[in-house]
Design a protein. Structure first.
Length: 743
């Protein structure tokens, strides 16, 4: 039986929507080749992606990284999408291409923007919106200011997860549609999985809000809406009977949670005892959307005070609110001319929009701090509501919407000049916006129906592009001049473990301060991963218990300077803490005038404009050693070391006698390490939560295996496999039914 025609049409439309986003992104790249290359993407995301590609090329699963201790648990860091099939497959493909760093970042972001656009298109089409309006929704959802200025160019995890939110919403709508088959619970599961494993807790919270809202709408709405056949309200059903409509949704969500179990269990385990649990209360009020900033929906150059990362109120343009002019004007026009009918038609969507609007201005804490992160969902719901409004407009009402937009832009331009909220980018953006509004008004006065249908989409495309040309997409975050030579290890030694002491990168190394290429020596954040260099430092917003807490590591990888000086002065000797955990290389930025002591045990091997590199005298410290830290252990003979990413295997021979051998592994300790020798389990403990230690009984010899197998991975993997099996079996039955009679 052939595929239904409307399904083929939707697929073609989704592909076209994705292609439009790709064209937009390529135009943006032509204007600024570094548009997707900022801050966290530079010193955190892309180096980790390079390490993930390296792991897969070596046939290893990138749960851990040997090239950063602070950012060593890639699964626990969550934001890198370690358990996302899509992200891993995309990274492997992109890293096969001969691309420079900014080009790799652009390729990954554009691919996600295209998929996001396709999902938003399908979500709109399932609501019986026309192709032009569905593409309009796709444009606003994937090219709004927050996505471009933050998700696609800085916080990749936000884009990696939000890419799949429209898909999950689309699938959830299908799950509560009673006209579909009994197998409709299968739709949400894969997309819930992709949202969760995308790597952004905020988007998971957004998904929970959407699912809760959809459940309430399904149970309490006045009637059942058939999304496929008609917008007409059908006969009321009792609320209790309506409950039967949401069971497929919850079954699908539970299956999706099961598929993603390793990801969220890893995060819950990793956050315990981390710095993220003890944030300064002042951080709760950072990056809230000020009530006075909302005119930025029409005029993104609108500049008022926002509370930034330092909890300081500073002028900030509302680039995050950019949404292409048409969406807010259309919705506002419908509220003005026909508010009662609008509320009756999309009251539930308006309620959701209001809830997200309020949430974006309320303080939050922990992994859910910085409430302006609600803006991607706000833009998506706004696009859907405004598309519904445009779909219901008569030609006269469309002319009124265009006139209202023209009037609003004119008033905001005049008011911003008087109230000093214009910012430095008001012109020529204001003139361009006025011209676009006037063009819309003129076109709506003609009788060219096809042109009028596509005008909101075209104007949104042009408005968004001109916005990002006139207003820098970098919203004040650092940009670093990182050279391609960071792929090389020089002047450092891949066999050594380094501690790098450098100032806060966001202040001292940004391109405004240091325009020349940087990082070859100090290796900011997690950039050591590019060359496969072993560093204690690493970028980690969570900063887990262990080395990150013991060394007072900041988010961007820098160690507290006072603590670093004390360590180099008092703990860099032969019996000091640094030697115990295996550090045999020190990098000190030129901004600091101290070095490791005693000088007789360290050799200055490199000094340049960035800093000095010291190596401990002698050969590099082995990654596995037999030690006597506590004065009660014999020294075992260790041979045949095979060090993997997630495990280590050695041959060990402990002398006969009373004292066991103590084996120290030069790698960061995380709860979940297990050890086994000759079929016997051994206890793994740690030196101050810094490195794994294993005590081997006296006289024992054999193959000692240390492997990372935490409970969250065992239980999460079991749940994921069981969920995948259930989903696959049900999908096979559903496919047989579908091929027999259609969906």
């Amino acid at each position: 039986m052939s595929r239904p025609r409307y399904t083929r049409s939707e697929i073609v439309g989704a592909i076209i929507a994705a292609l439009i986003i790709i064209i937009f992104s390529l135009l943006l790249l032509a204007h600024d080749p570094l548009v997707f290359w900022n801050d966290d993407y530079q010193i955190s995301v892309l180096p980790v992606f390079a390490d993930m590609a390296r792991a897969w090329n070596h046939g290893e699963f990138p749960i851990l990284s040997p090239f950063s201790w602070v950012c060593g648990n890639l699964a626990g860091e969550f934001q890198y999408g370690i358990f996302s099939i899509f992200i891993n497959a995309l990274i492997v493909c992109v890293w096969k291409l001969p691309l420079a760093f900014p080009e790799q970042a652009a390729a990954v972001s554009i691919a996600h923007l295209a998929v996001l656009s396709a999902g938003a298109f399908l979500l709109a089409r399932d609501r019986q919106l026309s192709n032009p309006l569905s593409i309009f929704v796709a444009l606003v959802a994937s090219l709004n200011g927050w996505i471009i200025c933050w998700g696609a160019s800085d916080w990749f995890g936000a884009l990696g997860a939000f890419t799949w939110l429209p898909w999950a919403w689309w699938a959830a709508e299908r799950a509560v549609d009673p006209t579909r088959s009994r197998w409709r619970f299968l739709w949400p599961a894969p997309f819930v999985y992709l949202v969760i494993t995308g790597g952004f807790p905020y988007t998971v919270l957004m998904l929970a809000v959407v699912i809760g809202w959809l459940s309430l709408r399904t149970v309490f709405e006045a009637g059942v809406i058939d999304l496929n056949c008609s917008r007409e309200v059908q006969v009321n059903r009792p609320y209790f009977s309506q409950l039967t409509r949401i069971w497929p949704l919850f079954v699908g969500v539970i299956l999706g949670l099961g598929l993603a179990a390793p990801a969220w269990l890893a995060l819950l385990d990793y956050v315990h005892g981390s710095a993220r649990q003890s944030l300064d209360p002042a951080a709760h009020r950072q990056w809230l959307v000020p009530g006075s900033a909302w005119p930025g929906l029409i005029l993104p150059s609108w500049t008022v005070n926002w509370s930034n990362f330092s909890t300081k109120l500073e002028p900030h343009r509302a680039a995050e609110l950019a949404c292409g002019l048409i969406a807010p004007a259309a919705l506002l026009a419908d509220l003005v001319v026909n508010s009662r009918a609008l509320v009756k038609r999309i009251g539930w969507e308006l309620a959701l929009l209001l809830v997200v609007f309020i949430l974006a201005m309320l303080p939050t804490a922990g992994v859910f701090r910085w409430s302006f992160r609600w803006l991607p969902l706000f833009h998506l719901v706004l696009a859907l509501c405004s598309a519904e409004a445009l779909a219901s407009f008569s030609q006269k009402q469309r002319r009124f919407a265009a006139f209202l937009l023209l009037l609003l832009i004119l008033l905001l331009v005049l008011f911003s000049s008087v109230a000093k909220t214009a910012g430095e980018h008001l012109f020529p953006l204001g003139w361009i916006y006025l011209g676009l509004a006037l063009v819309w008004l003129i076109i709506e006065s003609t009788e060219f129906n096809l042109v009028r249908e596509w005008t909101p989409t075209a104007i949104s495309f042009i408005a968004l592009f001109t916005t990002y040309v006139c207003i820098p997409t970098n919203c004040g975050v650092p940009k670093y001049n990182l050279p391609q030579s960071l792929l090389e290890s020089r002047p450092l030694d891949p066999q050594r473990l380094y501690l790098s002491v450098y100032p806060a990168p966001e202040r001292l190394y940004r391109s405004e301060t240091k325009p020349a290429p940087i990082g070859q020596t100090v290796r900011l954040g997690s950039t050591s991963m590019w060359a496969g260099l072993r560093f204690v430092n690493g970028y980690s917003p969570i900063r887990p218990a262990g080395v990150a807490r013991e060394l007072a590591s900041a988010i961007h990888g820098e160690v507290d300077p006072s603590l670093a000086e004390w360590l180099l002065q008092h703990q860099a000797n032969e019996d000091g803490l640094l030697q115990r955990i295996g550090i045999d290389g020190i990098v000190v930025a030129k901004e600091f005038n101290f070095g490791p002591q005693p000088a007789s045990e360290w050799q200055l091997v490199t000094e340049n404009d960035e800093g000095r590199v010291f190596h401990r005298q002698g050969e590099p410290i082995e990654v596995v050693r037999s030690v006597n830290f506590f004065g009660k252990n014999s020294i075992a003979r260790i041979t045949d070391i095979i060090a993997g990413r997630n495990d280590v295997s050695i041959s060990v021979d402990v002398p006969v006698g009373e004292h066991p051998g103590l084996i120290a592994f030069t790698r960061p300790f995380f709860p979940g390490y297990r050890a086994r020798i000759n079929g016997r389990n051994l206890t793994v403990f740690s030196e101050r939560n810094l490195i794994p230690l294993v005590e081997v009984p006296a006289g024992m010899q054999g193959r000692l295996d240390l492997y990372y197998r935490p409970d969250w991975l065992i239980y999460g993997g079991t749940i994921a496999i069981a969920s995948a099996a259930i989903w696959t079996i049900c999908a096979i039955f559903a496919l047989k039914v579908w091929t027999g009679r259609g969906d």
